[in-house]
Design a protein around this ligand. Structure first.
Ligand SMILES: Cc1cc2nc3c(=O)[nH]c(=O)nc-3n(C[C@H](O)[C@H](O)[C@H](O)COP(=O)(O)O)c2cc1C
Length: 118
């Protein structure tokens, strides 16, 4: 499947709605963080859930935050499908964790898991 088209479309859509975050693809697994206006996120998530290009979606976290954490990473909404970019994300999230930014410990654990050879 050509994910490049999906990724580009995703990026354009999210930028236009001021939705920030990250989409990581590693082999058959996606990990996504989305932040932005609640109504827009709810609508987007409904759409994503219906997308047949993936299955077994698990929502790990859904709660209000005091500030956007990923505005400063890449273009604000990043798509990652290379290991080196994933290391870049790990460094970014480690810095969030250092600054005690909400939810960053969870993100850090998940990224660690994605980086472990399995
Ligand atoms: C793993 C995964 C993540 C996705 N993430 C987004 C996203 O963050 N933003 C987005 O607009 N579409 C995302 N999509 C694509 C949507 O499911 C949908 O195809 C897209 O929003 C176009 O919808 P539309 O044809 O109604 O405009 C994702 C799809 C998959 C498979």
């Amino acid at each position: 499947m050509d994910f490049e088209i999906l990724f580009n479309q995703t990026q354009t859509n999210n930028n236009s709605k001021n939705i920030t975050g990250v989409l990581v693809k590693k082999k058959d697994t996606f990990f996504q963080i989305l932040e932005g206006e609640a109504i827009l996120l709810d609508m987007l998530f409904e759409k994503i859930k219906k997308d047949s290009r993936h299955s077994n979606i698990v929502e790990l976290l859904n709660k209000p935050i005091s500030a956007l954490s990923f505005k400063g990473f890449d273009t604000g909404y990043a798509v990652i499908d290379h290991i080196d970019a994933l290391y870049g994300l790990q460094t970014y999230v480690a810095n969030l964790e250092h600054n005690e930014i909400e939810n960053s410990s969870l993100f850090s654990q998940i990224i660690e898991e994605l980086l472990s050879p399995k």
